[in-house]
Design a protein around this ligand. Structure first.
Ligand SMILES: [Zn+2]
Length: 138
């Protein structure tokens, strides 16, 4: 049985709507503060560095390294039970911001800190794509 359609779909709010719209186009967006030039993730209304509301969207290259990870062997809710074991990673993007995401792919369980990773868009149905990451082939 394919569990993918039962997985949660992205729920956009006013702060994240452009992020999810770009994901549908297989683009990974992060935010840059026009006041202090710092980049950040996750999407939010105010810059977490200087509290400015002068933010813009920029395209990430979608590449980075595994900063940390954990392997989930017992899913916290039944929806994800079919995916276990699966890998939750903190990816440090090459642009600097860190993202908590899932590592997908056949070799995900061989993950190590420092692995190069790249964005992979997981189909959640109806055109919704969820930015996830996969190990990069050297
Ligand atoms: Zn700022």
């Amino acid at each position: 049985m394919d569990a993918t359609p039962q997985l949660p779909k992205p729920v956009a709010n006013a702060d994240s709507q452009p992020y999810w719209a770009a994901a549908r186009e297989r683009r990974l967006l992060i935010r840059r503060c026009s006041a202090c030039q710092q980049l950040h993730f996750m999407p939010r209304y105010l810059c977490p560095h200087c509290w400015s509301d002068q933010l813009e969207w920029v395209d990430s290259k979608g590449a980075g390294v595994v900063h940390s990870f954990t392997i989930i062997r017992r899913a916290p809710i039944a929806t994800f039970a079919g995916n276990a074991p699966y890998v939750v990673v903190m990816v440090e993007l090459d642009e600097g911001p860190r993202m908590i995401t899932n590592l997908v792919g056949d070799d995900a369980l061989q993950v190590a800190i420092g692995d190069r990773v790249s964005v992979a868009f997981e189909d959640r149905g109806d055109g919704d794509l969820l930015p996830q990451f996969q190990r990069s082939s050297a």
